[in-house]
Design a binder for this molecule. Structure first.
Ligand SMILES: [Zn+2]
Length: 388
């Protein structure tokens, strides 16, 4: 599993000689005809990359890295449909291999100064990390979800209720007993809320989901504390006593997918609205590139199908969509990029910009499949300074 730290390490790696090898491949089902064709296709990509590298005199470490990868293509079939990503530069003793969630992915082989990371922008954004609390008045269970894995971490019984029952108070004053049970349930929910708050204080989870019966939700909700409220995605109906982990996972995935789709739609509308009123939003490649370079961007919205050729100057880092041979900023040589998306994602990761991957949004497609939310506007700050 690839972590955010791994991705940051990859983004910071640089080979001044241009020997950083990137490889993405997702084999489909094993041992059928199409898989053989796929393997042939990806080996062709490797061969082409090798030829290109040799043309540019990079026949030392690049050849051995590409040959090693070539030898791995066949064994990758049968890895259960998982996608593989390899980042190599043996000239600097660098080799990293990752299984990444199967969701993408065109096979890609690239040899460059930087690793190609556009595909990982979507992986980072697609990570599902949540804490799930199932509760009723006498019991609670806590699960942790990380992508396709759900683990039951804790199991509580409401000790108060159990003690109460064994004391046998319930025969002679039913009303009193009922109030007692309600009070005890309320204390049970308060304890749960404390426990959940601790989870978020320790930074274990990104999001919170609560599963319960409908009538219990109104009793739990008032006890939730500030971190739980901040991270709460929503609640869903389930029987906490008998729910199987698989069922919990499925409900959580549905909730998280709907939440994330809604959130992303909101971010796209916000970026477009802000850009139109000359506020903290940027839309379109030209404007977003400028905002990235001035450090204005807090969140980058990038289409899952974004693709645009461009150039990058590896001397000063300037990116441009015009195919100029010379950097417009420092006058050194530009490098042509087949897809500037990789350079944009690398830059965003290195500078701590959050990346959100957008798919299936027609309005977003119309504005060029790239937009950003800004922390400030450099041009407007300049005006204020000049005026003051
Ligand atoms: Zn430059």
């Amino acid at each position: 599993m690839i972590t955010r730290d791994d991705i940051r390490e990859l983004a910071n790696f640089r080979s001044p000689e241009g020997c950083a090898v990137t490889f993405y491949y997702q084999p489909s089902t094993p041992l059928n005809q199409s898989h053989r064709e796929e393997a042939i296709l990806v080996k062709d990509l490797i061969r082409n990359a090798l030829r290109e590298a040799e043309k540019h005199g990079k026949n030392g470490s690049t050849r051995s890295d590409l040959e090693k990868i070539n030898g791995m293509v066949d064994p990758l079939h049968g890895s259960g449909g998982k996608a593989k990503a390899i980042f190599a530069c043996s000239k600097q003793g660098f080799w990293r291999e990752f299984d990444i969630p199967a969701q993408l992915l065109k096979p890609e082989v690239a040899v460059s100064q930087r690793f190609h990371l556009k595909a990982l922008g979507a992986v980072m954004d697609g990570e599902q990390r949540a804490c799930i609390l199932l509760a009723d008045r006498s019991k609670a269970r806590v699960f942790e979800l990380l992508n396709d894995e759900v683990v039951e971490k804790e199991d509580f019984i409401n000790e108060l209720t159990r003690r109460g029952r064994s004391a046998g108070y319930a025969g002679y004053d039913a009303g009193h007993a009922e109030r007692k049970v309600m009070n005890e349930a309320s204390q049970h929910f308060k304890l749960l809320a404390d426990r959940i708050e601790q989870y978020f204080e320790h930074g274990g989870c990104d999001r919170l989901l609560i599963g319960c019966r409908d009538d219990v939700w109104s009793e739990i909700e008032p006890h939730l504390q500030s971190l739980a409220r901040q991270h709460l995605v929503g609640h869903f109906r389930i029987d906490p006593k008998v729910a199987a982990p698989e069922q919990v996972k499925q409900m959580a995935h549905e909730q998280l997918a709907a939440y994330s789709a809604n959130l992303k739609q909101g971010l796209v509308r916000e970026a477009i609205g802000e850009a139109h009123r000359n506020g903290r939003g940027a839309i379109g490649l030209r404007r977003v590139l400028r905002s990235l370079e001035t450090g204005e961007v807090s969140t980058l919205l990038l289409g899952a199908n974004f693709y645009a050729p461009g150039v990058k100057c590896y001397h000063c880092g300037h990116m441009d969509l015009h195919a100029a041979p010379i950097c417009a900023v420092c006058g050194k040589d530009n490098t042509e990029l087949e897809d500037i998306g990789d350079a944009i994602v690398g830059h965003a990761i290195r500078t701590g910009v959050q990346i959100v991957s957008i798919s299936d949004d027609e309005e977003f497609d119309r504005i060029g499949r790239i937009a950003a939310l800004l922390r400030f506007r450099a041009d407007q700050n300049a005006t204020v300074k000049a005026a003051g």
